[in-house]
Design a protein around this ligand. Structure first.
Ligand SMILES: Cc1cc2nc3c(=O)[nH]c(=O)nc-3n(C[C@H](O)[C@H](O)[C@H](O)COP(=O)(O)OP(=O)(O)OC[C@H]3O[C@@H](n4cnc5c(N)ncnc54)[C@H](O)[C@@H]3O)c2cc1C
Length: 392
């Protein structure tokens, strides 16, 4: 048993779930991910396995066919996926995007969609918010939804809509009232559930974007896409706050993935530092090699505490804006620091594909930017927690 395996088991109330996820992930070793990475292909078999085991339905209440688990349990699942060297980015959104329907949808929508999402028959793992011109400035987005009888007609463009080619449904944020006509700046945006199976190739076109890591992300153009009015979620014009309300859960879950990545890097570096012998001793006997690993471990454990604190407060129904943001910030920093340390510990071999270090290094870099970039978190803390003047 490695040091990290020991660490994982002695702290955790979700030992059984972790055990199950680890056993599943063991069937998808580095070679599987390396091949996909080379071909920029989607991990269909891995996603199917997670779906069939029910892990992606963790947060869906039992009355809708899910397992009704807590956010802490869902975080444990995703953390374990990443600590095992796999990557949840291909499907993590199937776990939490449905939260917008659960919290803000009507009974008909919940009954129509949640059971099929829970079984995996329907995939809702595309989330269309970001646009090329507005970026982080979501309130400036330009995609419009115009009401015409029983439909809304959508026109515009989204970018970085991940997994759109592997999703049946997309949660889309579009402007229903022009910005100059709303009294409150956060009003005027609405959320729609778009059935992409009906639209693709006619009023909607999806183009993959090749990125530095294997991440099935895309850009999408909407050209008079007609969405039935019954697919509006909640009230027209209130979509921005619905999207915001889902972001805390997303931040906790992505932070858990970062903790998993950090654990993977630390485990990998620790083992290598014990095995690699130079100058007649393991490189890990040199404090110059030990200390960065120990520092990465301490940083990961501190970030992990914040992830647990955010999850605990979420489950207690408290306001967790600060904790969810800090969890994401600290965990993304911890995984990135651990990634850098791991490459350094491996030396030249850190750059060789076959050790998976360079692949995970590329993958974990994303979390400094998405789903929210570090600067935006710092700005939130500065303004909303510390009361510093608003910067934008
Ligand atoms: C691989 C990938 C997958 C993604 N998946 C999705 C998805 O599924 N759905 C979706 O909607 N989006 C997705 N995104 C988009 C992601 O959320 C954005 O990239 C991210 O929020 C940053 O926005 P941006 O890229 O437009 O950067 P910009 O908004 O252009 O910002 C550029 C830089 O400037 C900084 N900056 C901007 N304004 C300020 C300011 N006022 N103060 C300080 N710094 C500032 C930002 O922090 C950033 O570092 C994805 C992105 C990537 C790369």
């Amino acid at each position: 048993m490695s040091a990290m395996t020991k660490h994982r088991t002695h702290t955790d109330e979700f030992a059984d779930i972790r055990e199950g996820v680890r056993a599943l992930c063991a069937k998808f070793p580095g070679e599987y991910w390396r091949t996909l990475d080379r071909e920029r292909a989607y991990p269909t078999e891995f996603v199917n396995a997670l779906t069939e085991a029910g892990y992606l339905a963790a947060l869906i209440p039992e009355e809708f066919g899910g397992s009704g688990l807590s956010i802490s349990a869902a975080a444990a699942i995703l953390e374990e996926v990443h600590a095992s060297g796999c990557n949840g980015a291909a499907c993590h959104a199937q776990m939490y995007t449905m939260g917008t329907i659960l919290r803000h949808g009507n009974d008909t929508q919940k009954a129509a969609y949640l059971p099929s999402i829970a079984s995996g028959d329907l995939r809702l793992q595309a989330f269309g918010v970001t646009e090329p011109t507005s970026g982080t400035d979501t309130l400036s987005l330009r995609t419009t939804a115009r009401r015409e009888g029983n439909h809304y007609v959508i026109n515009g463009q989204k970018i970085w809509t991940s997994r759109a080619e592997h999703s049946d449904l997309m949660l889309l944020l579009a402007r229903t009232t022009p910005r100059e006509k709303v009294t409150k700046r956060t009003d005027g945006l609405s959320v729609f559930l778009v059935d992409m199976r009906l639209a693709q190739g006619t009023s909607m076109s999806i183009t993959p974007i090749r990125t530095m890591m294997n991440h099935a992300t895309t850009q999408i153009f909407f050209d008079d896409l007609r969405v039935p009015a019954e697919n509006l979620i909640g009230e027209e014009g209130k979509g921005f706050r619905y999207i915001l309300s889902g972001m805390n859960a997303e931040r906790i879950l992505i932070a858990a993935e970062c903790i998993g990545d950090a654990k993977w890097f630390i485990d990998k570096a620790t083992r290598y530092a014990k095995e690699r012998v130079l100058f007649d001793r393991p490189i890990g006997q040199n404090q110059g090699v030990q200390f960065p690993i120990a520092r990465a471990y301490a940083q990961m454990r501190a970030a992990e505490l914040m992830v647990h604190e955010a999850a605990r407060k979420y489950e207690a129904g408290e306001d967790i804006g600060p904790e969810a943001n800090m969890a994401k910030l600290l965990a993304a920093d911890a995984s990135w620091a651990a990634a850098d340390m791991c490459v350094q510990t491996y030396g030249g071999f850190g750059f060789a594909e076959e050790y998976d270090v360079e692949r995970k290094f590329r993958e974990t870099r994303l979390y400094q930017v998405a789903p929210i970039s570090t600067n935006m978190i710092l700005s939130y803390l500065a303004e909303h927690v510390l009361g510093l003047p608003r910067s934008y």
